[in-house]
Design a binder for this molecule. Structure first.
Ligand code: ATP
Ligand code: MG
Length: 272
């Protein structure tokens, strides 16, 4: 039995704390690697700088990602421990709506972790989970970590791969193999964000439900409309806007010296 810390919904950072608790719980269940907790912290720091909400810019990338997955011949959703812990249901729903395969792909590979992720996703309605054990028999030469092992029916033959929370090396390798890579990464400066074809600079917790919703809407559209959405998209512009947003926010807060509105009021009262 795993104990869970209760988090008051009144806490000003309740959502962030709930996500942390989810990761801790799933680490104890063998789904999240210890290093996954550190990776989450890196993401949280960028979320703070971005304002912890889905920007219009990120939404544009989400819409393009949905159109790209719907147009793909062999779309695959690559899943690691953090993604499974934070958004298992959305991953399964997205696979259903877009006709994607789900493949487990871990940086810190172990059969137990692969099986634990499979056991988490299957009861939610996932049809088939690739990448578990011997099934991941093919190798991507360009990748030097354990993540090089892929399923010959999944990532190896995919034309579009969605990588929520990815390592830069593998994103680079997948691009060099000619695949369209959709990344969800809060850090617009990471190698993943920079190498991806479509970078959704947002938290997976917010981005994945929106991606499911957008794909459900666009599913009824004609392919020409989807192709237009894709051809109008410019990933460099998306990255530039995300970096600019961080820059602008930091400039504003650095002028004021404070960021939290109640604290600003206290300062103003003291001055006035
Ligand atoms: P890269 O390998 O791409 O250069 P990195 O080495 O800096 O990135 P990793 O530890 O490989 O980072 O992967 C963690 C990445 O996942 C970070 O870029 C972080 O911003 C991002 N991240 C962590 N948690 C989330 C989350 N909940 N939503 C979106 N992105 C996240
Ligand atoms: Mg990395």
């Amino acid at each position: 039995m795993i104990e869970e810390t209760e988090i008051s919904p009144q806490h000003p950072r309740a959502e962030s704390l709930i996500n942390r608790e989810k990761l801790i719980k799933h680490q104890k269940l063998g789904i999240v690697a210890l290093a996954g907790l550190i990776a989450h912290g890196r993401g949280e720091a960028f979320d703070y700088l971005l304002g912890e909400k889905t920007t219009e810019n990120a939404f544009k990338a989400i819409k393009t990602a949905a159109a790209t997955m719907l147009l793909a011949k062999h779309p695959v959703i690559s899943v690691n421990g953090n993604a499974a812990a934070l958004a298992a249901e959305d991953i399964v729903n997205l696979a259903k709506v877009t006709g994607s395969k789900i493949e487990v792909n871990l940086f810190y590979r172990s059969l137990e972790r692969e099986l634990a992720i499979k056991r988490l996703l299957e009861p939610l309605g996932a049809k088939e989970i690739l990448g578990v054990g011997e099934a991941a028999s093919a190798q991507i030469r360009e990748v030097c970590s354990e993540r090089r092992r892929v399923n010959p029916r999944g990532i190896l033959v995919a034309d579009v791969v969605l990588v929520p929370l990815e390592d830069g090396d593998r994103t680079e390798a997948l691009r060099k193999m000619g695949k369209t890579v959709i990344a969800i990464d809060l850090n617009p400066l990471s190698r993943t964000a920079q190498w991806a074809s479509i970078t959704i600079v947002d938290n997976v917790v917010r981005a994945l439900p929106l991606l499911v919703k957008e794909a459900s809407i666009l599913k009824n559209e004609r392919p020409e409309k989807l192709r237009k959405i894709v051809s109008d998209f410019d990933n460099r512009e998306v990255l530039a806007k995300a970096i600019k947003l961080i820059n602008q926010r930091l400039s504003e807060f650095s002028r004021k010296g404070v960021y939290i509105s109640e604290v600003i009021e206290i300062y103003q009262n003291l001055e006035g």
